[in-house]
Ligand binder design. Structure first.
Ligand SMILES: [Ca+2]
Ligand SMILES: [Ca+2]
Ligand SMILES: [Ca+2]
Length: 366
């Protein structure tokens, strides 16, 4: 069997095993409002007609309900009455740096009551460093009921807007009416999959499969890896060698390439690289030997760009202690000397090709 088939099967196994992967996160912004005051760095909480922080809101129709019993940020348009808001009232986050990460996610819990006022809305914007861009809007229905205890978790991909001066804001607009209210809690922005060596994510050896999504068009490496002539969508990881040998395995929706480096980010030395599955049907496995125990090494997972298929996307990566993990386990009839007998007229014979080796003989017609 061609080695690429084995890689494919191993990759498929990894993908299946990656259904509950780890998502080692870098927390770029986190706010739960549990201090019950205006958090440092946030704006839009200081005027009489603004967002506020509390464990419930003043208006009696809210029945003293809370999102989860802790303080949260809210806009209480019911208490403000029928006077229209002059502008969308925004709750603004401080600035954070999301530029080193391929995957940037915004998570928060949302309550929004507005079914009687179809044009009232709550929107979420992100600041790219040069402009505000709307990434979500909620209007025309409750999220997810009348009371603050009726709230929903939201997860929004901000990756395409990454930048060194990112901000998020939550804007409330009453559509010129006496509308209801909105609540926000547990705001978190996380980054995964470093696009620069300097932000490389440290992953444990013998840990779970590390999963994220690469960024199309971004490849920051000192040189083209030796085993390919095409590379993009690179993400960086680091690990500390537990012994002289480890096995690195990746599986991706794109044609992946694995490259290992020693040294430091400013002075990297490529020590090995693999693109054994050159068409990207399966996965890659990189066996590293001759490592120094206790030393940090770097890994670059990148995508071939000049063949068919995806140029970027989701992947899973893990490292195991020891070389050649798992060892080959070919079927009993791997070699011509140990054939399984086929009986003419007999039952269908079942088997598999997993870990079978190639004898080197080709058929004359293909
Ligand atoms: Ca809270
Ligand atoms: Ca109003
Ligand atoms: Ca490949």
């Amino acid at each position: 069997m061609h080695p690429s088939l084995r890689h494919f099967l191993l990759g498929l196994t990894c993908l299946l095993g990656c259904l509950t992967p780890t998502r080692a996160e870098n927390v770029l912004l986190s706010q739960d409002f549990n201090a019950c005051n205006n958090p440092s760095g946030w704006s839009g909480l200081t005027s009489s007609i603004s967002w506020d922080v509390g464990s419930t809101i003043p208006h009696p129709a809210a029945l003293g309900s809370s999102m989860n019993g802790t303080c949260f940020a809210y806009f209480d348009d019911a208490t403000l009455g029928s006077t229209p808001l002059t502008n969308t009232q925004s709750l603004n986050s401080p600035t954070f740096d999301s530029s080193p990460y391929a995957t940037v996610m915004l998570d928060f819990d949302l309550h929004f009551r507005a079914p009687d006022f179809a044009n009232a809305y709550l929107k979420v914007d992100v600041y790219t460093g040069t402009a505000w861009v709307q990434v979500a809007i909620y209007k025309g229905q409750d999220y997810n009921g009348d009371l603050f205890s009726d709230n929903v978790h939201q997860s929004i991909d901000l990756s395409r807007y990454r930048g060194s001066a990112m901000r998020v804001r939550f804007g409330y607009n009453d559509a010129g009416a006496e509308s209801w209210w909105a609540g926000i809690d547990n705001i978190k922005v996380t980054g995964r999959g470093a696009i620069n060596c300097s932000a490389a994510q440290a992953i444990p050896v013998d840990g779970s499969c590390e999963s994220a999504t690469t960024a199309s068009g971004i490849f920051n490496a000192p040189a083209m890896p030796a085993c390919t002539d095409s590379a993009g969508a690179g993400v960086w990881y680091s690990f500390v060698a537990p012994s002289s040998a480890v096995t690195v395995r990746s599986a991706a929706v794109f044609n992946d390439v694995l490259t290992a480096y020693s040294g430091t980010c400013g002075a990297l030395t490529e020590i090995d690289c693999i693109n054994g599955d050159i068409y990207g049907f399966g996965s890659e496995t990189l066996y590293l030997n001759g490592l120094t125990t206790g030393i940090t090494y770097y890994l670059l997972l990148s995508a071939v760009q000049n063949t068919f298929g995806a140029r970027s996307g989701q992947y899973c990566l893990n490292i195991q202690n020891g070389a050649n993990i798992p060892p080959l386990s070919p079927p009993a009839n791997d070699w011509c000397a140990n054939p399984l007998p086929l009986v003419v007229g007999g039952a269908c014979l079942n088997g598999d090709l997993i870990d079978a080796t190639f004898d080197g003989l080709h058929t004359t017609r293909q």
